[in-house]
Design a protein around this ligand. Sequence first.
Ligand SMILES: [Zn+2]
Length: 457
Amino acid sequence: MFSSRFSSIKSSIFLRLNSPKSELLYPNILAPWLILIPLATESEVRIEEKLPGPTFTIIEKLLSIVVLFFLKKSKILLTSISLFSILVCNFCLKKLLSIFKPIESFVPVQFIIKKFSIIFLLVSIFLVSNTSYSASQYVDDKGIITIMYHRFNENKYPSTNIRMKDFNNHIELIRKAKISFINPKDYKKSLEIDKNKKKILLTIDDAFLSFYENAWPILQKEKIPFILFVSTREVGQFNYMTWEQIREIAKEDFVHIGNHSHSHEYMVNWKPKEIKEDLKKSITIFKKEIGYNSNFFSYPFGEYSLAFKKIVKDLGFEYAFGQHSGVSDISKDLFELPRFPINEKYGESERFSFILNTLPLKYKKILPEEKYINKNNNPPNVSIEFFDEYKNLKLINCYSNEENKWRKSTIKFLSTNKIQIILDGKFTTERGRINCSLRNSDGSWRWLGMQFVIAEL
Ligand SMILES: [Zn+2]
């Protein structure tokens, strides 16, 4: 109860100031500073009186209790522990100072010690402020759930299709769960602010005619924002949308047309120069047909290599989506953003509700960084280093599809926050996948997916 009210206070502060910089005024960060004010004033008063050191005043004690209460309630245990140790440290220093007798000749030394202790406290509190920033960033952040659709009501293609009754049901489930649709135009802001609010982004790849005919009328009527990823070579072909239709939907403020390459081939196998040429061609066509090129890119088949990623970055895109499942958040590589692929099999109510209940599983680093795997590094040596805040990391489960068979992977803890995923054999299909999940006590799931492209089989 208190926690949720506290969350809403935080969001209202965010909303009012509406800028990431305003996080300096975040209560968790502001609160520790409050301790310092009476402390600093108190010290100066005592020096003038030539008394050795201040003791805790009632105001200081009350403030400390309030601060600790706030931090505990907001579940930032790490911060409250650090803050608590600083308070203890501060208390010890003061006690130490108070054993000095007020001898005239010692006063300058005591003065210096006091000044140092104030500087020490200032630095410590600044460090704690930063800790509380990152801790709050990780604990509260619900991320952006991104959904990927392809075809609508084209029941001959079950692996890329969604039936309309299921699609309608998805919209209803999202509404019921009170998850807000984000406008792609506000993508950066949505990642950075209101992290304790659940958000969703719809994306549709390939611009099939079936999207225009079946899903567009619903999205248009309800003004639901989305990104439509277009491959420029396919526009106007049989069963694909035309430029006229794309221009028609692009007029709406809640619609964004994203870039999905020109040719939509298995480009990850191409030479960097060829990939670049293909993307440049799509950019030229985008500018000619709709007047701009998108800052969003979607890798064809969700496949990328380090070289491909660099090309996308160099061409001025700001975000690139793959097809590995997971929840986007501010700590993710913006050129390897995850999406939950939806099709007939995975579009059913139960599975979709599960997706709506996922949270980001944040990590410091995943190795190997190169997701493009050849003969020499198959199976890859996969390790994930997590942030320290997941206290239940021992409960993590991973599943992988080596030898084309899904199985529970063997996990080896290399340290308290670093795991190695031991694969039983080689990846023998075009895409090697690993999905890891961590169940929270409230029933939600933290989710992290990886997709490797297997170059040589
Ligand atoms: Zn595609």
